[in-house]
Design a protein around this ligand. Structure first.
Ligand code: NAD
Length: 372
């Protein structure tokens, strides 16, 4: 299979879809990887690294795309970029939060197949293809570092000749992949950490990381399809917020990660809750891009509300591009293996459980005839 890797064009995007280590594995399996010159530089990988791994490095994007059957990218392509892909080829990328309808005419014009990486089903068999998990791991880690850098306090307890410093208190809301990584990172930095989630299974995971569990009583009822949280009713949401209201002001740094797939993120701290934090406290809202868990947070912005710093980082994993790319590339590798025949040819089976869930278009057509 001929696989093309292009330089990412989204502003601030430093990741790359395949790293040299993965290129080497693909080359060993008989695949041919063409790279646009400089595609890995921002993530810390040189063209020479790729060449050593067996890739062909091309001076232009058009050359890298020539003859490609599969084009691997991190972020969704623009309609213009879709127009550059070889007719009938397959694109693999994340789709992002924006509706994908705008891409469909360009995909149809070139009879392209687009597989959305966020759509990998959350089943054990597909776990190693799951970019949501790999990138959330990085984002959860980095959220703590961002928050710590804004905080006027140190995270660990220190006993020094100049006195004893109490450890900072960190609250993590939503204990899924990103939240659990945030808890682990804050604990490693010496903070006293609490967590909250509506899924009962998350409680045990929070406790097993040495954090305490705050908030309202959790019942099995909150767990929805595929192990995700289901949307709460307005009454349940109000109950959650009220119960959290008592815990929130005790904390210096709040990291929120709560999401409900396909919906606007739930508000977990309203304006009153933000006002209850001490000035100088910091909130990092990882859900800002999908509506936010914190009232007043803005996607991609740093706002100060009554002395409380509220960060709404987007695509945070891109700020740790080397390791984020390494994990992303492993996810793509497993997908390529899944899409390969024994002879190494690309085969898109629209009836396969994993492929079917990921298909945006198949040969330019939206499966079932409607946009999703
Ligand atoms: P996510 O990003 O959709 O949500 C993050 C967390 O927010 C979740 O833990 C969710 O329960 C929580 N949340 C939602 N509404 C909330 C509310 N109102 N208040 C507080 N918390 C709220 O989820 P995720 O981190 O991607 O994963 C969630 C689950 O899926 C976990 O159980 C995880 O283990 C599982 N998972 C399975 C696979 C797999 O099997 N392939 C892969 C990844 C994750």
């Amino acid at each position: 299979m001929r696989i093309a890797v292009l330089r990412e064009t989204a502003p601030g995007e430093a990741r790359v879809a395949l790293v040299p280590d993965v290129v080497q594995r693909l080359a060993k399996a008989g695949h041919l990887v063409s790279l646009e010159r400089g595609a890995g530089l921002a993530a810390g990988f040189t063209d020479a690294d790729y060449e050593k791994a067996g890739a062909r490095v091309h001076a232009s994007r058009a050359e890298a795309l020539t003859g490609a059957e599969l084009v691997a990218r991190v972020r969704r392509p623009t309609p213009a970029e879709i127009g550059e892909a070889p007719e009938g080829s397959t694109l693999v990328s994340m789709l992002g939060a924006e509706p994908i309808d705008a891409l469909v005419p360009a995909l149809a014009a070139r009879k392209l197949t687009l597989l959305g990486l966020e759509r990998v089903p959350r089943i054990t068999r597909a776990q190693s293809m799951d970019v949501l998990s790999s990138q959330a791991t990085v984002a959860g880690y980095k959220a703590v570092l961002l928050g710590a850098a804004e905080l006027g306090k140190l995270l660990p307890m220190l006993t020094t000749a100049a006195g004893t410093l109490a450890p900072a208190k960190v609250l993590v809301l939503g204990a899924g992949v990103a939240g659990l990584q945030a808890i682990a990172t804050a604990r490693r930095l010496g903070a006293v950490v609490s967590g909250f989630d509506v899924r009962p299974a998350a409680r045990e995971q929070v406790l097993s990381l040495g954090a305490s569990f705050v908030g309202p009583e959790v019942t099995a009822d909150y767990e929805g399809e595929g192990g995700y949280a289901r949307p709460l009713t307005a009454e349940e949401q109000a109950k959650t917020r009220d119960a959290l209201a008592a815990a929130v002001p005790q904390h210096d740094l709040v990291i929120s990660t709560a999401q409900v797939p396909g919906r606007k993120a739930p508000i977990l701290i309203d304006a009153k809750g933000v006002a209850s934090l001490r000035p100088g406290s910091v909130v990092v809202d990882l859900a800002a891009e999908t509506g936010g868990n914190i009232e007043g947070s803005k996607a991609g912005e740093r706002v100060v509300i009554g002395g409380v710093v509220v960060l709404g980082p987007v695509q945070l994993a891109a700020s740790v591009p080397l390791h984020a790319s390494q994990m992303f590339a492993r996810n793509v590798l497993t997908l390529v293996q899944h899409l390969s025949t024994k002879e190494g040819a690309l085969k898109i089976d629209p009836e396969d459980e994993i492929t079917k869930a990921m298909l945006v278009t198949l040969n330019g057509q939206v499966p079932g005839g409607t946009g999703r």
